[in-house]
Design a protein around this ligand. Structure first.
Ligand SMILES: Cc1cc2nc3c(=O)[nH]c(=O)nc-3n(C[C@H](O)[C@H](O)[C@H](O)COP(=O)(O)OP(=O)(O)OC[C@H]3O[C@@H](n4cnc5c(N)ncnc54)[C@H](O)[C@@H]3O)c2cc1C
Length: 460
């Protein structure tokens, strides 16, 4: 893993634009370049591109879309940017937030119209801090379905993807101009390719335990649910190139992964009135804040495990989600007709659980500050899933400008290096509480689009 000096050496092969990583960011950048008539080569370390994109739910926030208009959802860039910044306590780069929001509608419509990606609007509930229904997903509501569609589009557009190519080396001159990359093949051989521009689409450092311990120790004891191959290459290259690196303490945690099944239980369960209790039958934080910051509170509970408790209405809503159906089929979802039976089924102290449920049902002020007004009170039969916390992906990374061009420490930008998705600094501010649902794929797809456009302009 290094940056080596470029001494004007010739590369065996040359491409106009090389892209490291074949997830949502890399594929969107490559499709953009192909539409501009420019050949791009994706270098992907795995035998088949998957990335965290495949593991995700595939929900992408976007405003001003035709899917929103069809459902009379009034949304715009100012509202969307305001929601993202409110969650990030105004600490995300406003220019990048605005850019992603402005790009969001046109980019999803371009993917649908030009590349046959069939988005639908996710309706029925709102994620924390989102004032409008703006999550767009595949009809299957899975990242695997999104990735399959992106790969099919890439194949139709004749994007070159070289799999089994782990990039380990960048070649750069003294000004930081990238002239090519070196990569290893599964048989251990080393190859190189020259490029006029390089896009870093190789995500963050969630798969690098040492970097997680160093930058985000508070979540280091949680399981990592993202792609294991995302080991912080972009950040380490950025450090070697003297790039400005921001917000390494930011990440997407999740407070609701079924134990021991490892299946995501949608946070819609909490948004609709569900609660979390620890092994003492007690709540411990305001579940309505967001699943990311709540993950840290879950980790602090005895054993790092808690119970999601909700009712039949919420169970029915959750059945819309493929993950939840899988969790139910795997036996993760418990059901009980009465509070006493629920306490027995979950192994919780009956008096404490009963007191917790009564408190939630009462109109008294919630000790954690959650507002239950406007949400139907939990009613039997009850449902429950044992869950733990997880790290999904990191949000800090290389600072970029509004053309996705990587910035130097102390000002200025590198001549031909671009970054997007988890490789770039995201729009979540410096810490876990700033993650707004969808910030991951928002920056992967929109910054992939911007990086593709900018790289195309540079090499044309
Ligand atoms: C369980 C889960 C659910 C999620 N749900 C959502 C959601 O619904 N909405 C949302 O917005 N976000 C979600 N996220 C976050 C989202 O998945 C990521 O933010 C997004 O996929 C990042 O896209 P990417 O293209 O940057 O990275 P990836 O999709 O991870 O792609 C990066 C690629 O780079 C490759 N790579 C890495 N290093 C190298 C190298 N040196 N050489 C060659 N290849 C390399 C990797 O193999 C990988 O294929 C979720 C994450 C998880 C884990």
């Amino acid at each position: 893993m290094c940056v080596s000096p470029a001494h004007g050496e010739a590369f065996e092969t040359e491409v106009p634009v090389a892209i490291i990583g074949g997830g949502a960011c890399g594929l969107t950048a490559a499709l953009t370049l192909r539409d501009a008539g420019i050949a791009a080569l994706i270098l992907e370390q795995d035998a088949a591109p998957a990335g965290s994109t495949t593991l995700s739910s595939g929900f992408i926030p976007a405003c001003n879309t035709r899917w929103q208009r069809a459902r009379d959802v009034q949304d715009d860039v100012a509202l969307m940017a305001g929601d993202i910044q409110a969650k990030a306590k105004q600490l995300a780069d406003p220019a990048i937030v605005d850019l992603c929001c402005q790009m969001s509608g046109p980019t999803l419509e371009w993917l649908a119209e030009r590349h046959a990606i069939p988005f639908v609007l996710v309706e029925g509930f709102l994620y924390t801090g989102q004032r409008r229904a703006r999550m767009h997903a595949m009809p299957e509501r899975t990242g695997a379905a999104l990735m399959a569609r992106l790969l099919a589009a890439a194949e139709a557009a004749e994007v070159d993807i070289l799999c089994g190519a782990e990039v380990v080396e960048l070649f750069a001159d003294g000004d930081g101009r990238i002239s090519g990359v070196g990569y290893t093949r599964p048989d251990g051989s080393a190859e190189r390719v020259g490029c006029q521009a390089l896009v870093l689409a190789c995500n963050g450092f969630g798969g690098n335990a040492e970097m997680v311990r160093r930058h985000i120790p508070e979540i280091s004891s949680a399981d990592y649910f993202g792609h294991a191959g995302n080991r912080g290459h972009a950040i380490r290259w950025g450090e070697a190139l003297g790039v400005e690196i921001r917000h390494l303490g930011a990440y997407q945690g999740h407070a609701s992964v079924a134990v021991p099944h490892g299946i995501l239980i949608t946070w819609a369960v909490m948004r609709e009135g569900g609660i979390q209790v620890n092994s003492e039958g007690e709540r411990f934080a305001d579940e309505s804040r967001g699943y990311s910051e709540h993950a840290v509170d879950v980790l602090r509970q005895p054993g790092g495990e808690v119970w999601n408790i909700y009712d039949g209405r919420i169970h029915t809503l959750a059945l819309d989600f493929e993950d939840y159906r899988q969790a139910e089929a795997a036996g993760a979802v418990k059901q009980a007709e009465r509070e006493a039976a629920l306490a027995v089924a979950l192994g919780l102290p009956e008096a404490a659980l009963s007191a917790t449920l009564s408190e939630v049902r009462s109109t008294a002020r919630d000790p954690f500050g959650r507002d239950f007004s406007g949400i139907p009170a939990l009613a039997p039969p009850y449902y429950a899933v044992k869950v733990g916390a997880a790290l999904f992906h990191t949000q800090g990374g290389l600072a970029i400008d509004t053309s996705a061009r990587v910035l130097r420490q102390g000002g200025g930008r590198l001549p031909n290096l671009f970054a997007g998705g988890g490789a770039a600094c995201g729009v979540s501010g410096p810490e876990v509480w700033g993650y707004s649902s969808g910030n991951g794929l928002l920056t992967a797809v929109m910054l992939g689009r911007v990086a593709g456009e900018s790289a195309a302009a540079l090499v044309s």
